[in-house]
Design a protein around this ligand. Sequence first.
Ligand SMILES: O=C(O)CCC(=O)C(=O)O
Ligand SMILES: [Fe+2]
Length: 361
Amino acid sequence: MSAPDFTAIPVLDLEQANTDKAAFLSQLQHALIHIGFFYVKGHKIAPSFLDSLTKQTIGYFDLSLDEKLKTDKIHSPTFLGYSVQGNEITKNKRDNREQFDFANELPATWTEGHHIHERLTGPNLWPHEDVLPGFRQSVLSFHQQAQDLAEMLTRLVAEALGLEPNALLDHYVLPGQQHRAKLIKYPAVDQLDPNDGTQGVGPHRDTASLLTLLYQANDLPGLQVQNHAGAWIDAPAIPNTFVVNIGTGLEYLVHNVAIATTHRVLNPPPGRGPRYSIPFFLGARLDKKLAPIDIPQRILDQRPQTVVTDSGHQFGRVYKSDPGLYAVLNRISSHRDVGAKFYAQLAKEHGIITSLPSVGY
Ligand SMILES: O=C(O)CCC(=O)C(=O)O
Ligand SMILES: [Fe+2]
């Protein structure tokens, strides 16, 4: 018997994980199996730090286009860096957002003959320190704090699914691997062209990762979550919380008991300016085929029967045999210009059209 479908996203209090762990884990189990999304409050990332990160984020997007284009993704096969408004594609439609992708700093090591996923790893493309003082430090500090929180949550997720706390991290995350994150701006609608449509980001599931932590940096609506009957449920900004959701990596690795729920973002409402958000993705390792973990039968028995989704889940079958290739294909599909420049042959082999008309900038 499955529970009635959700109409709101629950708020879990991390403090409760210390005071009444059993109650916390029971709420978490319900959210994982029946919703795939939850908010967390009671985390230790300081509100003053998040405010300063928001200021740095706005400062970055307020730079001149020329300055931002110095950090354009097109300069690197890692898909780290800036992408201009309208450059990203979800479900074959342009998204109305500009963004700056970043990760923990690692050198590039890929050379011909290595597995292609290694080409995703490499250094960030930073604006010059004089142009945006403190930006790099703030963004990297966020990355570290978000990773710590995501790892703590992954331990709790394991326990909520009847596993040892470190079971997921030990099997599926490599110490020192690169985890991706982004700063996103959804432009005010009066800055958009009438033909740009309503898609901030189209319906999708977060690919190849275990967990996403999303900080909604200002209070504009837009994020919506698709419940398992197919209805869209608002996930409004709640101050000093993170929205947490499950990636397709975790879903596969726990036999679909935790659901990588579909979500989307609509353009900001007219007259309210741009919306800013900052997701961090705790990635699953990409270096080899991964076997799903044994989950207790009492948990498997609660698995939802049907999940309606508007997301395509492209290349889903590839994940099972080659998570690294799956991650690369999804990046190419989202950022076709980088795909055409660095991965043309692979894109062709997998039917990804990279010759979309370019955006005028
Ligand atoms: O900006 C948001 O609120 C959500 C962003 C998102 O879903 C994503 O980038 O994967
Ligand atoms: Fe997402």
